[in-house]
Design a protein around this ligand. Structure first.
Ligand code: F6R
Length: 263
């Protein structure tokens, strides 16, 4: 696991967006796995700026989102499809037909999950998966106790997650407690994973993911098993890490190697 600790959240967004730009430059027809939520917003904004400047194009890219609330359709402002269309894709030169989000209004959720897995496989698998992390260590909507080998399925959201996401819903508005989510096994199949975490509220989850045991109690700890995961955090999110000096030295070494390779 590569752990990149940066002074503040703006630097996290700049670093993460550069990872995605590099991926699309290497392979213009990349399949990207995308996340919603607050964590990747600044990264998406940076991508949109880079795209507007003509320094990257998403015209051949296809995307698969991690998750969607069961019961919310694409026109619902709190649905993840709505978020992606209005907040992310509208700023990129991407073909909307090549963007995929699980269907929150599907009649047969179990079949829809299987079909989602099949579409990812048919697209050739995910080249780069972008992730945030929940305060309880979830990735996607894989709540603590999720099978580390799980595939796309219906999950019940934990009380913590429902409480954390209440901020997006109006008082009295229906807030779903079920979601369709890629499984941990689905996420681990991605060739490259980039996870972002900012702010002190994420520090316990970051500590458990990076330095805790590999356990279903912290679903993100499964990333320790993945051969190419980069965790990008700001200093507040890194606050509880014990081996900070080691991560900083490793990153210095990594930057030196990358610089030597370029020059
Ligand atoms: C979103 C997702 C979730 C979020 C996580 C963190 O598609 O899958 O796992 O990444 O809940 O959310 P924020 O970034 O809002 O703190």
């Amino acid at each position: 696991m590569r752990v990149v600790i940066l002074p503040e959240s703006e630097a996290v967004a700049a670093f993460a967006s550069q990872q995605i730009v590099d991926q699309v430059h290497r392979k213009p027809s990349s399949v990207l796995g995308l996340a919603t939520g607050s964590s990747p917003l600044a990264t998406y904004d940076a991508l949109s700026r880079t795209c507007r400047q003509g320094a990257v194009s998403f015209s051949d890219v296809s995307t698969f989102n991690l998750d969607e609330y069961l019961g919310l359709g694409p026109d619902h402002p709190q649905s993840y499809r709505y978020f992606m269309n209005h907040r992310v894709f509208s700023g990129l030169d991407i073909d909307l037909a090549e963007t995929h989000v699980p269907d929150g209004l599907c009649d047969e959720p179990f079949r829809a999950c299987e079909a989602y897995e099949n579409s990812i496989a048919e697209a050739g698998g995910i080249d780069l998966q972008l992730l945030g992390i929940g305060r309880n260590g979830h990735i996607g909507f894989n709540e603590p106790s999720s099978s580390l080998g799980s595939r796309t399925r219906v999950k019940t959201l934990s009380r913590d997650t429902v409480a954390a996401n209440r901020r997006f819903f109006d008082e009295g508005e229906f807030q779903p407690t079920l979601a369709l989510t890629m499984g941990i096994g689905t996420i681990l199949d991605a060739r490259k994973i980039v996870l972002l975490a900012t702010g002190e509220a994420k520090s316990a989850a970051v500590k458990a993911m990076v330095e805790g045991p590999l356990t279903a109690r912290c679903p993100a700890s499964a990333l320790q098993w993945h051969p190419d995961t980069t965790v990008i955090v700001d200093e507040p999110a890194a606050r509880l890490l014990e081996d900070v000096q080691y991560y900083l030295r490793s990153e210095e070494g990594m930057q030196q190697l990358l610089f030597d390779d370029d020059g």
